[in-house]
Design a protein around this ligand. Structure first.
Ligand code: HEM
Length: 74
């Protein structure tokens, strides 16, 4: 967990997952743009960004609340 005054390895891991999910999310959005602009659009591809977006949401919220929680419980 978050240790005050020291960089938490758990937050470091969450940041790493967040960063790579951001890359995957961006690629999935680009794939969606291509898939939907085809003459015969492939609609299921447009649901793919939701997977990395869910990872982004959870890791992002975790990074957001961890320091706040540590400050409140310190
Ligand atoms: C879904 C809701 C999201 C939440 C709640 C969220 C939250 C956060 C938080 C709290 C940070 C840390 C900021 C700090 O340095 O203190 C962060 C960093 C970052 N976020 Fe998000 N984020 C979200 C979505 C996204 C999306 C959609 C992308 C890109 C496609 C993204 C890309 C990044 C990147 C690249 C960083 C910097 C990571 C690093 O320092 O290595 N985030 N985000």
């Amino acid at each position: 967990m978050y240790v005050r005054g020291r960089r938490s390895p758990v937050i470091g891991r969450a940041r790493q997952v967040h960063r790579w999910s951001g890359v995957v999310f961006t690629l999935a959005v680009l794939a969606t743009i291509v898939a939907l602009s085809l003459p015969d659009p492939i609609v299921w591809v447009s649901y793919l960004p939701l997977i990395p977006l869910a990872a982004l949401l959870f890791t992002g919220l975790f990074m957001l609340v961890s320091p706040i929680r540590a400050r409140r419980t310190a």
